[in-house]
Write a protein that binds this ligand. Structure first.
Ligand code: FAD
Length: 422
């Protein structure tokens, strides 16, 4: 709006069609009495079928109109990667996914050529550890940059559905995934301060910790949990991970283990994902931290057993964390439990070649649940209107309890040491 106002006062005509999404978020919000729908199901009901979907989309393009008179403004070239602020990136760190519209269309054709796969697509059933052939389309970076139209993608999918006997439906189907995208765009468009906790009426007010050491361990793949660290390496190297892998690391950083603010994790994703998208990234961080949309904070992803279910041999970990490539499969998800002889044979001594866990999942996850329970109770009592001071007091209480607990552990340690010595 600001850009439009500015442009019109400067006499510049602005044309801003809505075509990045399936629906116009403003229409959905208007149909809902001026507020964005906050559940996927209510969004689906309001949205219905997109009007444009009944006729074929024009696929031949008219040439771009001439730029015209730009007055005293300069037309700049496409900025280089360095100009965008990404410095010192080595060749081996480049993502395996190539950019551009031709690549997007090729990938789309490959995905939809397997009609059975499209018809049976059911998220969240895919394998998050599949990296040689990812379990989903990997079209997100192309949608984000406009190399692929979500509307064209939608039409291709509905064409496939018309040619098969049965197919899955939203929320789990592939069309359902595109609708998740539109859902988050709509809520993001209609929610002031959607990208932060403060002043965001749909976000639970939670006194997250600002522990920079834990944050750095998570960001730099040094948590000591191979499943979590491998995902963070994939993020750094590829800029893309499977949806459930994103779930695991986002849960670990926030409500699962570290209790670090979701905004910090969001920033890391925003910087490193090649599909980073303001509405979708913030929406999913709100979801995963149990700050909005999803509230079952007792359901936590185990950083050990979740990945093991899909990849018992730990091939994904071996690929992204080569330091663990010779660790026997019995220990690959918990290498700190391997006897020293095994660590030596695997050429990976825990604490030297690969870190010991920065938190103990069992106690950390219990703590997180307890803290969230208290924070939820405060939000409920105050009907979401938790003040700065209220949040500070709860944070102080948590910190006091933590200090007491570490003091108790220290005393226990000293006593055990004393008993040993005497
Ligand atoms: C913490 C967290 C942060 C995320 N940040 C982003 C982000 O910045 N950008 C982004 O595009 N996706 C994000 N996602 C959503 C999702 O993980 C990716 O869209 C998906 O993994 C992309 O892979 P794909 O293209 O193979 O997906 P497919 O499963 O093939 O789905 C097709 C398309 O549907 C859309 N889609 C799928 N899942 C979701 C979802 N949960 N929410 C909204 N749209 C969805 C995407 O545009 C995707 O390309 C995030 C998820 C989490 C848990």
């Amino acid at each position: 709006m600001k850009v439009k106002d500015y442009a019109s006062t400067a006499g510049i005509e602005v044309f801003s069609p809505v075509s990045h999404t399936l629906f116009n978020p403003a229409d959905i919000i208007q149909k809902n009495g001026g507020k964005p729908p906050l559940t996927y199901q209510s969004f689906l009901k309001l949205a219905g079928q997109p009007l444009w979907a009944s006729s074929p989309l024009p696929v031949s393009l008219s040439s771009l109109p001439p730029v015209g008179d730009v007055g005293y403004f300069e037309i700049s070239e496409v900025p280089t990667v360095e100009e965008l602020g990404y410095k010192g990136y080595g060749q081996e760190e480049l993502s395996p996914f190539r950019g551009g519209e031709s690549e997007a269309l090729k990938k789309l054709r490959e995905s939809i050529s397997d009609k059975e796969w499209v018809a049976n697509f059911e998220k969240p059933k895919g394998d998050p550890s599949a990296y040689l052939k990812p379990a989903t389309t990997v079209l997100s970076p192309y949608l984000k940059f406009g190399c692929l139209s979500s509307r064209y993608f939608y039409q291709c999918l509905t064409d496939v559905y018309q040619n098969v006997k049965k197919h899955t439906s939203p929320p789990v189907s592939l069309v359902g995934q595109l609708l998740w995208r539109d859902f988050f765009y709509t809520v993001a468009f209609g929610t002031p301060n959607f990208d932060r906790m403060k002043g965001n009426r749909i976000c639970k007010q939670i006194p997250w910790s600002n522990d920079d050491e834990l944050l750095a361990a998570w960001r730099e793949a040094r948590t000591g949990y191979p499943w979590i660290d491998a995902i963070m390496v994939q993020l750094r190297k590829w800029g893309w991970m499977h949806h459930l892998a994103r779930h695991c690391v986002a849960c670990f950083l926030t409500r699962g283990d570290m209790f670090v603010h979701w905004e910090k994790g969001r920033d890391v994703f925003d910087r490193l994902l090649i599909d980073s998208d303001w509405a979708i990234n913030n929406g999913n961080w709100l979801w995963l931290s149990c700050s909005s949309f999803f509230y079952q904070y007792n359901r936590i992803y185990s950083p050990v057993s979740f990945g093991k279910k899909y990849d018992p041999n730990g091939n994904y970990i071996r690929h992204f964390l080569p330091v663990l490539k010779d660790m026997p499969k019995e220990y690959i998800y918990e290498p700190w439990t391997a006897p020293l002889t095994i660590q030596t044979r695997a050429k990976c001594i825990i604490g030297r070649d690969y870190p010991a866990p920065v938190v103990s999942h069992d106690s950390a996850s219990k703590e997180c649940k307890r803290k969230l329970g208290e924070a939820y109770a405060l939000n409920q009592k105050l009907n979401g209107q938790v003040s700065e001071d209220g949040l500070k007091n709860l944070r102080r209480k948590f910190e006091g309890e933590e200090n007491q607990e570490s003091g108790r552990r220290q005393k226990q340690k000293t006593l055990t040491g004393w008993l040993k010595d005497h």
